[in-house]
Design a protein around this ligand. Sequence first.
Ligand code: 9WO
Length: 248
Amino acid sequence: MMRIDCITLFPELIEANISAGILGRAVERGLLECHTWNPRDFASGNYRRVDDKTAGGGPGMVMMIEPLRETLKAIDAAVPASKHVIYFSPQGKQLTQKRVRELAAMPNLVLLCGRYEGVDERVLHHVVDEEISLGDFVLSGGELAAAVLIDAVTRVQDGALNDAESATNDSFEDGLLDHPHFTKPNEDEWGSIPEVLLGGNHKEIARWRRKQQLGRTALRRPDLLAEMSLSAADQGLLAEFLAENTSN
Ligand code: 9WO
């Protein structure tokens, strides 16, 4: 059982995500408990301001310390256990499936979603344990990144996936990209299904899929392959793939 507390000015973005599909089912199964906290509810004054002008001038607003501190106090009161606090921004370290597994083993995560130009830097220094990026691009806020993390850590929880779903999840776990997938019709104006997949020889099918995984990883993500040490059998499959699929 994993508990996630998400600090966000747009709770509906997080809540919509956890109510459907595999995540919704994980909540029903008691594998995931997710709560949202809106700093607006902890802001003071008639206007309940959560942002202010960036110090030093220039365009854009920054999320203020005080409402975030009050929100964190409320979370501390609700969750006395120790919590790993994550902030999402392009300045963070890029997320990997390995890190997803490590985070998924933590019982209590707090996800801080920035808006505007982000949060006051002192919040990052005093409460944030880890800054995570999904890649080199900019969003309008941290919520969609948080939703991605919630999805990734939930689907690796024991019991989150049914048997049929688990098999497809295995591909990235061994460091390789997925192989191609097909479904009927066998013949279509856009092409036909590779014959080996229709023959019913499960050993041959597994061999073909492994070969595709190795070959696609070599062609599309050579950086991933460079980090691995391939068995002699895999090296043979890859050589076969490259001989069949490269023109020189
Ligand atoms: C907003 C802005 C407005 C005026 C001038 C400069 C500005 N920079 C930003 C900005 O980068 N805002 C970020 C929005 C602050 C942190 C939360 N936001 C965010 C997270 N955008 N993109 C991400 C993100 C998170 C994880 N992986 C990729 C992107």
